[in-house]
Design a protein. Structure first.
Length: 634
């Protein structure tokens, strides 16, 4: 028993929903709770979707583990199909210097290997099918060759076939990933091959064997009368299948407990006693033997009902979650929906941790080195309270410091394809290992986060488009569209209340001369400075706009008889002041035409603009005539 400081162990695993992983995890958890050890699982569902981009996002969770925070590590790397990721995890553990345990892998001398004699068990089961049941033509459904256990089992199969003078036909070997769907895919591939029906399908694990059985039965084959099927692991589902699956019983729960015991010995400076666990064959109905390994039928019925009821309950909850998440239109609404779901997960704590920049626009990055550098936790739920943490360092992993011992934490990734959004943590709750829908939950939450992020950017883009639609970007005042849109609304109110309004049309003088003599950049500069003056002259209750080119308008709804003259004086004074400040070799000037009238239903905004425009041209014409007369005198 650990009576000293609290020990923290990290576990690296993929595929929590498989029975092999589940049984080992149960052993680890039981030992850890009994000995007050904190365990943190860094878990992914890689290799499930047949997508390289998706797997990059899933495997990102392994980068999160800060090994400085742990006293030891358990590597279930035999469940991870990506060789590069396995090597990276192993290298990180080696560099950290903490003691580590692996399962069925003696390739890394620095790690303590807990192994089961898989080779002998597979030899026995293949030999049994050949010698006891007369099988001569055998198909083999294998795990991935990146997995040492898969290599061992396939090698044992080949060896026994050779011992008995039987040929191994390479086209009868299917290489899967140890996932349940591989059994289905293997049978489908066989059915397309045109090969004669073999005497047996020997499978490298129960998960693949069970789906192979169900797929064969769909094609009308009877197990074992038409063809023998065997598995490996003797899982609960295999034992209670009909027919019960001939398999290999392995002490998986004991492996998990032994892993923690070894870690404690290594931490305390004790050398663990190496022990290879033994596996034993279970010959039963699927190979034609009469032995039965079914659990107590009454207990089986209860367990089956419990699983079905739990699955139905989780499906119902996930459907509700999906529907509610689809309705969310903001981050706050989204977090409220996730919080409500977290309350039903039967855990002590649920933490939603996102990259601090999760709402920003991003490019797909495959460099995962700093993906968890800056984090935010918008949702940290416990039974006592719900809080948020604005910022925490990814090196801390937890948004709120964890106290106590005997805690079981599951860290699971949140991502959109390879883009990492963050992760969530379930503390002291068995949803990740008891529900087949944990992966579905993760994808729901991830996709909804991405939807919220995209929606925010769409709304922002729409706001910018709307702004560009009504704003003249060079002068930063309304353009013609903006003026018509907003002035028309105000004008209708003025008509209803028979108000006196004034519309001033302004046309810049001499823009062509500035462009021709000093360039278009100077022409644009002059237009901007004129716009600044017009903005300064536009009092509260007025609207100004660049109507097009070098033409501007001011619409004043609080006008009186003095307004045209006052505006002209104000404009002339400010334009002179602006010229004195900018000190250009040219003078900025403009002609103004103001139309003052009381409006009613007979008026339109267009009519007032047209009248003001005509008045402005009269002013401009008088300026030209005055300038021409002055030139003649000279």
């Amino acid at each position: 028993m650990n009576l000293g400081r609290v020990i923290n162990i990290a576990v690296f695993v993929a595929g929590l929903d498989e029975e092999y992983q589940n049984n080992i995890i149960v052993g680890i958890n039981e030992f850890s709770r009994r000995n007050n050890i904190n365990v943190s699982y860094f878990a992914a569902f890689g290799g499930m979707i047949d997508s390289e981009h998706f797997d990059i996002g899933e495997y990102s969770i392994y980068h999160l583990a800060n090994l400085k925070k742990f006293d030891g590590a358990v590597l279930m790397t035999n469940t991870i199909n990506d060789n590069g990721m396995k090597e990276l995890i192993s290298r990180k553990i080696k560099d950290s210097g903490i003691p580590a345990v692996v399962f069925d892998c003696d390739e890394i001398s620095e790690f303590y290997n807990i192994s089961i004699n898989n080779t002998k068990a597979m030899r026995d089961i293949v030999r049994h099918v050949i010698t006891e049941h007369g099988a001569k033509v055998i198909n083999y459904i294998s795990g991935p060759m990146s997995n040492p256990e898969a290599v061992e089992r396939l090698t044992a199969f080949r060896d026994v076939m050779a011992e008995n003078g039987l040929e191994v036909e390479e086209e009868r070997i299917y290489y899967g990933e140890f996932r349940s769907f591989d059994g289905h895919d293997a049978i489908e591939e066989y059915m397309k091959s045109g090969l004669p029906l073999p005497d047996a399908f020997i499978c490298a694990n129960d998960a693949m064997a069970l789906t192979a059985v169900s797929t064969l039965e769909k094609y009308g084959f009877c197990i074992p009368l038409d063809v023998i099927v065997t598995g490996f692991d003797n899982t609960y589902s295999a034992r209670n299948n009909c027919p019960a699956l001939t398999s290999v019983r392995r002490p998986l729960k004991e492996m998990g407990q032994m892993a923690c015991s070894v870690i404690l010995d290594l931490i305390n400076g004790r050398k663990p006693v190496h022990k290879e666990l033994e596996a034993s064959c279970v010959f039963t109905e699927s190979c034609g033997c009469q032995g039965s390994v079914n659990d107590n039928f009454g207990e089986f019925r209860k367990e089956s009902y419990r699983k079905i009821d739990g699955l139905n309950s989780h499906i119902r909850k996930l459907n509700t979650l999906s529907a509610r998440l689809a309705e969310t239109e903001s981050a706050d609404e989204y977090f409220d929906v996730v919080r409500a779901f977290a309350e039903e997960l039967e855990c002590e704590k649920f933490s939603l941790c996102l990259s601090a920049d999760w709402q920003d626009s991003f490019k797909m990055e495959k460099d995962s080195g700093v993906m968890f550098e800056s984090m935010t936790a918008p949702l940290v739920w416990t039974k006592e309270k719900c809080e948020s943490v604005e910022y925490f360092s990814g090196e801390d992993m937890f948004p709120v410091l964890q106290y106590g011992s005997g805690n079981i934490n599951y860290f699971l990734p949140l991502h959109f394809r390879e883009k990492v959004l963050g992760y969530y943590i379930i503390t002291n709750g068995d949803f990740p290992i008891n529900s087949l829908l944990c992966h579905t939950f993760s994808m729901n939450v991830s996709n909804s986060i991405e939807n919220i992020r995209k929606l925010a950017h769409i709304n922002s883009a729409m706001e910018e488009l709307n702004r560009i639609y009504v704003i003249d970007t060079m002068c930063d005042i309304y353009n013609r569209n903006g003026f018509i849109k907003f002035a028309d609304e105000i004008f209708r109110d003025c008509v209803a209340n028979k108000k006196t309004v004034m519309l001033t049309f302004i046309d810049m003088d001499g823009l062509k001369r500035i462009n021709d003599n000093y360039g278009h950049d100077e022409g644009d500069f002059a237009i901007q400075k004129l716009a600044d003056v017009i903005k300064d002259c536009c009092k509260q209750g007025s609207i100004c706009a660049r109507f097009g080119g070098d033409e501007f308008v001011i619409f004043d709804t609080n006008a009186n008889a003095d307004s045209p003259e006052l505006l002209a004086k104000k404009f002339n004074a400010k334009i002179e002041s602006k010229n004195d400040i900018i000190r250009k070799p040219y003078r900025i000037s403009a002609s103004l035409g103001s139309y003052l009238t009381q409006v009613d239903e007979t008026y339109t905004l267009y009519r007032i603009i047209k009248t003001a425009d005509e008045l402005m041209y009269e002013v401009k014409k008088n300026k030209r005539n005055s300038r021409t007369g002055s030139e003649r005198k000279n």
